[in-house]
Design a binder for this molecule. Structure first.
Ligand code: ADP
Ligand code: MG
Length: 397
């Protein structure tokens, strides 16, 4: 078990400077934060620490400035949003993340105050896990808190090098929740365990899929992933995307596991640009037609499987090209069924950037899912059984 901020007595934090690695890699539009979900997710940890008198130094990356000061990905708008979300805390901003100015700003913090550092990736040393850069970051604080699960699969200075130089390395509340849910899904899901998988590429998810398919009692396949499975079964999929490298693996999975369910009808069109020529096809897809969504009868089956009494549902990957309205029904159906499953007592975990935004499209709220995993690649690596550097470095209890 990993040590978390709640494992220490309240008085431990009074007057201590705490470096919190957050993931504020949020979408910006015209210099404003477009979606502040990631900022809001960190608030419980920030409130917990500041209300106990800690002084917080927040570090994050944003975008890919590749070692240069690129003001289009400055964290300044994020600091402003954070100040608005925490009106009774002082959020300071200095426009740097290391050096004398940063050191002075960290020293000048009063109990309960926050200092937001500038984008770590303005320095190429961050991604290189550079020792001197790590030392500069570590010198700002006495305690390290990891609240950036989604950055924990990277061996970067703020995730690995800097915390390694501090004695106290603790999990933040959100990171702890992420670990609890993902570990449960990976190792001992409540049964029956239903896995819903879709999205674009098997390649990005193969290790997680291997593990989860083995664990699951039912696997519902949609999205592009489904056509590779159908191709492995020898069913014609027309011009739908097939990952040739994984056809053999899919065939193997199907032979071993009769729990895998594949779409039986599809919404097809000649191309993405011809959504107006959508047709419903049952069984084989002929010619060059491409499938962009699971059909209504498949949606019906998937919905009732997900929402019948189950123990756990894990969902990663949309069922179709849900960004286009004509092809969003399958994905929306699954999202609604997942909300219903939770209502009926199941533990539901949804992961993946696009899948989470599909929840929003379906008007399924954050509170209607047991856990929304914002980890992306990190979550999949964790479920796939990899050790993540940023988790490894957190103290054990
Ligand atoms: P996540 O980000 O949730 O892990 P992925 O990135 O794997 O999900 O996949 C999401 C993308 O897959 C979406 O942009 C969606 O439009 C696309 N997609 C799913 N099914 C299809 C399909 N049949 N044809 C084309 N694109 C699809
Ligand atoms: Mg994606």
């Amino acid at each position: 078990m990993k040590a978390s901020i709640t494992d220490f007595p309240d008085k431990f934090y009074r007057g201590k400077t705490v470096l919190v690695r957050v993931d504020y890699n949020v979408p910006l539009r015209e210099g404003k934060v477009e979606d502040d979900y990631r900022i809001r997710s960190s608030l419980p940890t920030l409130n917990y620490l500041t209300s106990r008198g800690a002084r917080l130094v927040l570090a994050s990356h944003l975008g890919r400035p590749e070692g240069k000061r690129d003001m289009s990905v400055s964290l300044r708008p994020v600091a402003e949003r954070l100040q608005r979300l925490l009106p009774d805390r002082k959020v300071n901003w200095i426009g740097e993340c290391i050096g004398q100015e940063a050191e002075k700003a960290a020293r000048d913090l009063k109990n309960g105050e926050i200092l937001m550092l500038e984008n770590l990736r303005f320095h190429e040393e961050e991604e290189k896990n550079d020792e001197r850069f790590s030392r500069s970051l570590a010198s700002l604080a006495e305690v390290f808190v990891n609240e950036a699960f989604s950055a924990s699969h990277r061996k970067h200075a703020s995730v690995y090098g800097a915390p390694a130089m501090l004695q106290y390395r603790l999990a933040g509340l959100q990171l702890q929740k992420e670990l609890t849910y993902l570990t449960k899904v990976r190792d001992e899901p409540d049964r029956p365990f239903v896995l819903v998988v879709g999205g674009a590429k098997i390649r990005d998810k193969i290790d997680a899929l291997r593990r989860l398919i083995e664990k699951a009692d039912r696997v519902l396949v949609g999205g592009c992933v489904a056509y590779t499975f159908l191709a492995a079964k020898g069913i014609s999929v027309g011009g739908s995307p097939v990952e040739n490298d994984f056809v053999a693996w899919a065939g193997e999975a199907l032979r071993k596991e009769d729990k895998v369910m594949l779409p039986e009808d599809h919404l097809v069109a000649p191309s993405i640009d011809s959504a107006s020529q959508v047709r419903l096809v049952r069984g084989e897809i002929l010619g060059e037609l491409k499938a962009f969504d699971i059909g209504p009868s498949t949606s019906q089956t998937y919905m009732s499987t997900v929402s019948s009494p189950v123990g756990t549902v894990f969902w990663n990957g949309p069922m179709g090209l849900f960004e286009v309205r004509e092809f969003s029904h399958g994905t929306i159906s699954v999202a609604l069924a997942i909300a219903l499953a939770r209502f009926r007592g199941a533990t539901t975990v949804v992961g993946g950037g696009d899948t989470v935004s599909a929840l929003g499209k379906a008007n399924v709220g954050e509170s209607e899912v047991s856990h929304i995993s914002t980890g992306g690649g990190a979550s999949l690596e964790y479920i796939g059984g990899k050790t993540l550097p940023g988790i490894e470095i957190v103290n054990n209890k």
